[in-house]
Design a protein around this ligand. Structure first.
Ligand code: GLN
Ligand code: ZN
Length: 763
């Protein structure tokens, strides 16, 4: 009979118990033993939960106190020399020092880098390697967690990041090829496999998600060498796990490796089923990832059962495993906690626990269980019925979408013309100064918001407080001489949730937490129906702020791509369609702001780049609709209305043309940490519109002095024309304190004034 299993489970806990335990430990409130006790309790609770939901085999060693890639680095002793002394004091201290940096005892160790895990919103710690690096098996985490599960009576399969993905996701400090370290690394993996076998593990899951990426021939050769070594190591049977996309041109490679089973993602890439079945060796197990590990929706029995019937016919039930597409790390834990949701909506949703229950039903149905078959038929009927539910389809939104034409993406004139009109409407000095939108979210503001939500502070009192804050922010900006002001965003909890709450088509969960990195979690809002905008969302705040000053006040919106990227998105429409709906709703907001006299409007798109597909071949398609959606949002406004956009990451070299195609009048971006090196892209590509490369790093409490800002601006002027350059920080200021912000912005204005007079003299 087909087995139910999974690649990994969320570890943070339903009520974010791990977050609390970690943060208490980091504050020095609790010792290691309390933290480890919480961790153990969570692991054991989650194994039991998965078993009760119907898993035959549970994943183990999927748990992590911070991140599974960091765990792998520490497991194989890939510990940079600077952290070794901290490890000598204690393993946990060393481990957290690598993740978070370490200050004290006269040392100041910077943490390892962190970056996004493929195209998810999870961030992993990037191992730091160097040429000639040695590896060794250190500690026994995978073995210990396997024994822990086994002692509780679970059939458990340890999960370990595979050697190739480990190396490919790492970076070398000396720029050497990480794959050159493979031969040094493999003996440590082999030793681990032997220990797992000795502990009684029948299988081990080696995650190689890099197999869904574009890769070169040398990498393929490295996979073959590595897996030949591991297959000969006398360890447990090997399950090679791939996810987040199709194997595509790597299928022959993956299927040809000497492993005993292959996991494939049949949610992102259902079309690969036939090719996978054809390529799978006769003895190998197929782990079919048929339930989406990355969203919050129930699966469609029609689709899943069609895939499973094909798989069953090809491999037989003894060689077929049923699993979510990827680790369930990217979903919340348990929908039963969401008792405030509309029952009709809830019936269409599934979190980690429900996804395992679904897999159980699929397996039972394959086995001829009539009750399971009926339940799945009902599930399909319910999903079909819910497609007609009120709110899913908004006829007005659909009609507008149908009427969309290329015309909707256009401004009235090209940028060069618009720039003249804008300069006439709002004369600004050379090198205009501005900020990215938010000002410090003080404790007072946070407390007031919490009190307002809890009903302890009434609307009027809350409103008065926010208005005072806006006024304070406006007066401050005037006093230091900024040119284009912002209202400071004190009314916003979060740049996506704030808009989601005012749009049709969104719902919100109570405990739908998903780990972002370490102890940090996000609770993405859920798009379930057509996006509509019943009423203006930001006009009152922007108008109020504008009424306080004669300087231009910048309206502030989150762009359609970012709204999509940071939400759970419905799965019954293509993402690009949902994004166009969002763009239309935001376009209405843009027009209402314009009508209310707001002449400068910023549409933030910090998540545009992170939406890029994993395979290069898919980039153009994504960028086409992402740029189109931005242009729909900004389209149709008067020439005098100046559209800004903001992006946090500026590794734009490879998408610079798409960024230019957005045709924002002004773009602000992050460049200060690379000392404007990111502007090199603009040497080859002459960006036509205005740019504000961030002149200081708001992610650090350090206050930049005037000289260093001047220096950065000079570097920018080497690449950009003076008439093109704006002056602003890297990102919003909400995480900073007022004293830092005051000092930094004063220095920014002073540096600008100095450069302005220099430019005038030379002119
Ligand atoms: N306007 C937002 C702010 O200043 C932009 C935030 C972001 O780019 N992540 O906070
Ligand atoms: Zn930003």
């Amino acid at each position: 009979m087909a087995q139910v299993t999974f690649l990994g489970f969320p570890r943070i806990g339903l009520k974010r118990e791990l977050k609390r335990a970690l943060e208490a430990h980091w504050r020095g409130k609790t010792g290691a033993s309390e933290l480890l006790e919480t961790a153990r309790t969570l692991r054991q609770r989650h194994w039991q939960l998965a078993r009760d939901a119907g898993a035959d085999v549970v994943a183990c060693n999927d748990f992590s106190l911070y991140d599974q890639v960091l765990d792998t680095a520490v497991l194989f002793d890939a510990i940079p020399a600077r952290f070794r002394p901290v490890f000598e004091k204690g393993h946990l201290d060393g481990y957290f020092a690598m993740a978070r940096g370490h200050k004290g005892d006269g040392v100041d160790l910077h943490a390892l880098e962190m970056t996004k895990w493929f195209d998810t919103n999870y961030h992993y710690i990037v191992p730091e390697l160097e040429a000639g690096q040695e590896f060794a098996l250190r500690g026994d985490k995978p073995v210990a967690e396997f024994l822990e599960a086994k002692a509780l009576g679970h059939a458990a399969r340890p999960v370990v990041l595979g050697p190739l993905s480990f190396l490919l996701l790492a970076k070398t400090v000396d720029g050497s090829d990480p794959l050159a370290l493979l031969d040094a690394l493999l003996p440590a993996y082999a030793e681990l496999l032997q220990k797992l076998a000795a502990a009684g593990a029948e299988w081990v899951q080696l995650d190689e998600p890099c197999l869904v990426l574009d890769q070169d021939g040398a990498t393929g050769e490295a996979y073959r060498r590595a897996y030949a070594t591991l297959a000969a190591a006398h360890g447990p049977k090997l399950l090679l796990a791939t996810y987040f996309g199709a194997l595509g041109d790597n299928l022959a490679l993956a299927a040809g490796l000497p492993v005993d089973g292959l996991h494939v993602d049949l949610v992102r890439a259902p079309a690969q089923i036939d090719a996978v079945l054809a390529a799978l060796p006769a003895h190998a197990v197929l782990s079919a990832g048929v339930v989406d590990g990355r969203n919050v929706w129930r699966s469609h029995p029609d689709r899943v059962q069609a895939l499973l019937r094909r798989a069953l016919a090809a491999v037989g039930s003894g060689r077929l495993w049923l699993a979510p597409s990827c680790s369930l790390l990217h979903t919340p834990i348990d929908l039963t906690a969401e008792n405030a949701l509309d029952p009709a909506r809830r019936a269409t949703m599934a979190f980690a626990r429900q996804k395992i229950e679904e897999l159980r039903a699929y397996a039972d149905a394959l086995d001829g269980n009539a009750a399971a078959t009926t339940a799945l038929a009902e599930q399909q009927a319910q999903l079909d019925e819910q497609l007609q539910a009120h709110g899913i389809k908004n006829p007005a939104v659909r009609a507008r979408l149908n009427a969309l034409s290329p015309q909707s993406t256009l401004r009235r004139s090209p940028h060069a013309r618009r720039a003249l009109t804008q300069a006439e409407a709002r004369p600004l000095p050379l090198l205009p100064t501005t900020t990215i939108g938010s000002f410090p979210q003080t404790d007072e503001l946070r407390k007031a918001r919490a009190a307002h939500r809890a009903g302890r502070l009434d609307d009027d009192a809350y409103d008065t407080l926010l208005k005072q804050e806006v006024e304070h922010v406006v007066r401050f900006q005037e006093s230091i001489g900024l040119d284009v002001l912002v209202h400071g965003e004190p009314e916003r909890n979060d740049m996506v949730e704030y808009f989601g709450e005012q749009l049709d088509g969104y719902l919100f969960t109570k405990l739908g937490w998903v780990q972002s990195y370490g102890s940090r979690c996000v609770k993405p809002p859920v798009i379930w129906g057509d996006i509509g905008r019943p009423a203006p969302m930001t006009v009152a705040w922007s108008s109020y702020a504008q009424s306080l000053t004669s300087k231009p006040m910048k309206g502030m919106l989150t762009g359609p791509v970012t709204m999509l990227q940071w939400s759970f998105v419905r799965d019954d429409l293509p993402r690009e369609t949902v994004c166009r709906q969002m763009a239309l709703a935001l376009r209405d907001e843009v027009h209402d702001l314009e009508a209310a006299g707001i002449g400068v409007i910023q549409i933030d798109e910090p998540a545009l780049r992170e939406g890029l597909p994993l395979r290069r071949a898919d980039w153009a398609g994504y960028l086409a609709w992402a740029v189109e959606c931005f242009r729909i949002t900004a389209g149709g406004v008067r020439d005098a209305t100046q559209i800004h956009t903001h992006m946090c990451y500026s590794e734009f070299n490879d998408i610079i043309e798409a960024v230019a195609a957005m045709d924002a009048d002004v773009i602000s971006m992050e460049t200060s940490r690379s000392r404007m090196e990111l502007l090199d892209a603009f040497v080859k590509f002459h960006y036509p519109n205005d740019i504000g490369p961030g002149v200081y790093d708001i992610h650090s409490p350090r206050i930049p002095d005037q000289a260093e800002i001047t220096d950065l601006l000079r570097r920018a002027l080497a690449v950009l024309k003076p008439g093109q350059l704006w002056v602003n920080p890297d990102c919003g200021l909400k995480t900073r304190g007022w004293p830092e912000v005051e000092a930094a912005l004063r220095n920014m204005v002073a540096a600008t004034l100095r450069l302005r007079s220099e430019l005038k003299l030379s002119a």
